[in-house]
Design a protein around this ligand. Structure first.
Ligand code: GLP
Length: 242
């Protein structure tokens, strides 16, 4: 089932995303959440923090698994996804630090780090809700377009377009890591529910392609069409062709 929610303002967009996550935690406090980085979920995390402060939601029994991490960035690097999650969400809520998981970007053997993350996910069981943003080239997590996709967590070489898009967070494009560890398409599709969020005119074409175009490895997000429970939250600009 594909449920598309078109929101009317930035606030409405963030509240809608946060509301879906909060309702899940209210009905299942032990929920396993798959979380995402990027600019799209930042406001959603802000709303979740507000809901936590109001006493409407608790993360005390929840567990989280993030989609991806840059290879080569230590956890305390300003642009590491571990640091992003700590600063944008985890440090402001009652989640137990040991229940938050982000792949390690600094293992001497990145391949082993990907395998360790894969094992961790297998042991966790099924993610209840996987939050996703969407790359301009149709990537989800860091599953980049190509001739083939991989199911389990793995190492990826980042697309130049992805590095360019993320260069805004670094001093220069040279500083953007060239590789990352990401959950695979299989890990993502294994979640019980997927919450895909996109905002802005620059995402209109890719989200239409993701949801309505032919399923192809050239646009990894098209594989979401094979999942039975996807909720899509967009703003008016991103949703104009939906
Ligand atoms: C990044 C992340 C993705 C994210 C995407 C879009 O590279 N690895 O998980 O969804 O790009 O980012 P944004 O939300 O900033 O547009």
């Amino acid at each position: 089932m594909l449920n598309i929610i078109k929101t009317s303002s930035e606030d409405h967009f963030n509240e809608t995303g946060a509301g879906i996550i909060a309702s899940l935690l209210q009905s299942n406090p032990r929920a396993i959440l798959g979380l995402a980085t990027g600019s799209t979920p930042v406001g959603v995390y802000g709303k979740l923090i507000e809901l936590y402060r109001k006493g409407s939601v608790s993360f005390k029994q929840a567990t989280t698994y993030n989609l991806d991490e840059y290879i080569g960035l230590p956890a305390d690097h300003p642009e590491s996804y571990r640091r992003f999650m700590d600063e944008k969400l985890f440090n402001h809520i009652d989640i137990l630090p040991e229940n938050t998981h982000v792949p390690s970007g600094v293992e001497a053997d990145p391949q082993k780090a990907a395998e360790d993350y894969s094992r961790l996910l297998d042991e966790a069981g099924q993610i209840d809700l996987q939050l996703l943003g969407l790359g301009h080239n149709g990537h989800i997590g860091f599953n980049e377009p190509g001739e083939e996709l991989q199911g389990p967590p793995h190492i990826v070489k980042l697309d130049e377009r992805t590095r360019l898009a993320n260069a805004r967070f670094f001093n220069s494009i040279e500083e953007v890591p060239t590789h990352a560890i990401t959950m695979g398409i299989g890990s993502i599709l294994h979640a019980k529910q997927i919450l895909l969020m996109a905002k802005g005119e620059d995402k209109a074409e890719v989200i239409a392609r993701a949801l309505k175009g032919p399923i192809t490895t050239k646009c990894p997000a098209t594989f979401l069409q094979t999942h039975s429970n996807v909720v899509v939250v967009v703003d008016q600009a991103a949703g104009k062709w939906l």
